[in-house]
Write a protein that binds this ligand. Structure first.
Ligand code: AKB
Length: 321
């Protein structure tokens, strides 16, 4: 088996923290270098970690050369809600870092590259139910525009430069081991923390706002599955739709109440409502299922049970520290 040396950019984020552990299990800690622009928090400090700014092309290229990197997972991005507050910064970070990584893939003949897209690449005139793989894409946020443009760049580098780049359009990702930063779907993470600590939650989206969502375990599995798939099975080189569940705030609250009967939710929609309203409510992921065998394991009930079983101990640990 070929030996891989893996670089994760943006490892300190919500997905990066858990994907790093998935990559440790698969390739061994010694073959994975997690990087971010900030010092490592929690579990990340147990493996190889270095500070790296992917906006600095020379720094990135020197790093790849010095460490004989063969694969990159490029996760660094400004998300939808934060991106609207600082659009030019979001555009520069999301686009320039991607182009640097794709250029590095050409320069160093990298084995493969992973880059995440998002349901944010769709927009208000995209079909909302069972959104197809190939359809209208008219994103309204800078984050979404950068994801749509990034998808086209990935496809271009694959066709013109032979870069084996693979990508998934993530729905809202829900995990409890690390907190999300600056997304519109973040409520579905915060709600579990508040359910345990305060027994109540004020939601920034309306009660009937349906969005596609996925438990972090499934997101990590999908990412590793597409990266492990034989090259010829990866037929979409922009980004694959993937889905697991769709629900609205009222439904997640009802599910939490099955475990914490006194839990209450109130609604105070803000600017994130119009972002959510521009996105699909559910996703057709049949291409991913057919091409490389994608299959989610978690639905709303099983995810809620898992989180509410494990999160209290984690929060208690944090209080002790
Ligand atoms: C966000 O809400 O911005 C992200 C996403 C759907 O990509 N979680």
């Amino acid at each position: 088996m070929k030996k891989h040396k893996i670089l994760i950019i943006g490892a300190g984020g919500q997905l990066g923290t858990e994907l790093t552990q998935g990559l440790w299990n698969l390739y061994g800690k010694e073959n994975v270098i997690a990087t971010d622009i900030k010092d490592p928090q929690g579990i990340l400090s147990q493996g190889n970690f270095e500070i790296l700014d992917a906006l600095k092309q020379k720094q990135l290229f020197d790093f790849i050369k010095k460490n004989s990197i063969t694969q990159i997972y490029h996760l660094a991005a400004v998300l939808s809600a934060t991106g609207e507050k600082n659009p030019k910064f979001a555009w520069n970070l999301n686009m320039d870092s991607l182009i640097h990584v794709l250029d590095a893939a050409v320069e160093f003949k990298l084995d493969r590259v992973y880059w995440p897209s998002s349901i944010a690449a769709f927009g208000p005139t995209t079909p909302k139910l069972n959104t197809p793989q190939h359809t209208v894409m008219d994103p309204t946020t800078i984050y979404g525009i950068s994801k749509f443009a990034g998808e086209r760049w990935c496809d271009w580098y694959f066709r013109n430069k032979g870069v084996d780049v693979r990508s998934l359009r993530y729905p809202g990702l829900i995990g409890y081991k690390s907190k999300p930063g600056g997304g519109t779907t973040d409520y579905a993470v915060d709600i579990y923390f508040k359910a345990i600590t305060d027994k109540k939650y004020e939601c920034f989206l309306k009660e009937d706002t349906y969005l596609p969502m996925m438990y972090m375990d499934d997101a990590v599995k999908a990412t590793l599955d597409i990266m492990e798939a034989p090259k010829e099975k990866v037929k979409v080189r922009s980004s694959y739709n993937i889905a697991a569940m769709s629900f609205c705030p009222a439904e997640i609250a009802a599910e939490i109440r099955k475990h914490i009967p006194e839990f209450t939710i109130s609604y105070n929609p803000d600017f994130r409502q119009s972002i959510a309203d521009s996105w699909p409510k559910s996703i057709d992921d049949s291409a991913a299922r057919k091409d490389w065998g994608w299959q989610p394991a978690f639905a709303l009930a099983s995810m809620t049970e898992d989180i509410l079983q494990n999160l209290p101990a984690l929060l208690a640990d944090e209080v002790e520290k």
